[in-house]
Write a protein that binds this ligand. Structure first.
Ligand code: ATP
Ligand code: MG
Length: 148
């Protein structure tokens, strides 16, 4: 799913010479494919849109404490602390000045949040201005993990 979402964003990334990569394990989760795809797509879309030219976007897929964990990391502009409590709200966009040329309606992260609620996924976010942002999705413990 991650590779597929990134492949659909590749032409946008290429214009900014942003490198895209997927690392980690192939993990089976149960869920709504279209919803999970929409979550990955929106996180990766943001990671590209709010990145610098020549930056990187990395998706990592691993287990932590037998829970599938997906992180989407970018080397972009970051999210100022005062905006962090609001970014998952519908139509919320951070000031026009820094993103006036970047299109968007402010719905991407609300889609991510709703998908997370549906799948009982926990979202953590780490960001540093002018350095980058990482979104971490932690899935519920799954039976696949326990087989290994
Ligand atoms: P849409 O996703 O509907 O096209 P959008 O990207 O503006 O529009 P969201 O995806 O909900 O909306 O993101 C909300 C705001 O959070 C964005 O406007 C942007 O300012 C900020 N943001 C989201 N992801 C990142 C990121 N990876 N780095 C920096 N800022 C981000
Ligand atoms: Mg978005």
């Amino acid at each position: 799913l991650a590779e597929d979402a990134l492949s659909r964003l590749k032409s946008i990334a290429d214009k900014k010479e942003i490198t895209l990569s997927v690392h980690g394990e192939h993990i089976v989760v149960s869920g709504y494919r279209k919803v999970l795809d929409g979550m990955l797509y929106n996180l990766c879309d943001n990671a590209i849109k709010y990145n610098i030219a020549g930056g990187n976007v990395a998706v990592r897929i691993d287990y932590k404490d037998y829970k599938p964990v997906v992180t989407v990391s970018d080397t972009g502009i970051g999210i100022p602390a005062e905006h962090r409590p609001h970014i998952f709200e519908r139509f919320y966009r951070i000031d026009k000045s820094r993103s006036k040329e970047i299109g968007g309606t402010g719905l991407g992260l609300s889609i991510v949040k709703h998908g997370a609620m549906l799948h009982e996924i926990t979202i953590d976010m780490n960001s540093k201005e002018n350095t980058g942002t990482t979104f971490k999705l932690t899935f519920p413990r799954n039976s696949e993990a326990l087989k290994g």
